[in-house]
Design a protein around this ligand. Structure first.
Ligand SMILES: [Fe+2]
Ligand SMILES: [Fe+2]
Length: 171
């Protein structure tokens, strides 16, 4: 239905050679797609942290298990935020898909693979911030909420990065 509408408006715009509603709808669709990709990353991060928490063992494993489970809780909150932005603010459909997950065996591998994932998430979420900043004028009643929530997710991921780096004893 949305695709059909975009097609009709684009056809009309081609005739008049004007930018119109179709472009606004298109940019909203691109933002929804990006947020859905972010939601897939959050689904993956959540199950990955919880799975990894189950396989950590050995002396002093308890604080690491607790930390991984706490981070998983944050990822669940991020999922909720992204779903709300997609559904309530942009009238899109939140995805049920999940991004690729990465197995690990040792504590070091677990921390490293999740650190890599956190960094990739931050890099991608920054791209979403850039995208919505470029489309700000077309998001008069959504921009500040989108900006606020995505910024907060980035702050959380940066905290996760700092914690994982601390556990890995790297600067
Ligand atoms: Fe997250
Ligand atoms: Fe995270």
């Amino acid at each position: 239905m949305l695709k059909k509408r975009i097609k009709i408006i684009r056809k009309r715009n081609k005739k008049t050679k004007e930018f119109g509603e179709g472009d606004v709808i298109m940019s909203k669709k691109e933002i929804i797609d990006m947020l859905n990709k972010a939601l897939e990353l959050e689904h993956a991060a959540y199950v990955q942290y919880l799975s990894h928490a189950e396989i950590v063992d050995g002396l002093n494993c308890e604080p690491i298990i607790a930390r991984l489970q706490e981070i998983a809780k944050d990822e669940a909150e991020h999922q909720k935020k992204f779903r709300t932005l997609i559904g309530d603010y942009l009238f899109g459909v939140p995805t049920m898909n999940i991004a690729k997950t990465f197995p690990a065996k040792t504590i070091k591998e677990i921390l490293e693979v999740n650190l890599k994932g956190e960094k990739e998430a931050v890099d991608f979420y920054k791209k979403i911030l850039d995208k919505i900043s470029n489309e700000k004028k077309d998001l008069p009643y959504e921009f500040w909420t989108l900006e606020h929530e995505i910024r907060h997710v980035i702050i959380d991921e940066q905290e996760h990065i700092a914690e994982l780096k601390k556990l890995l004893a790297i600067n």
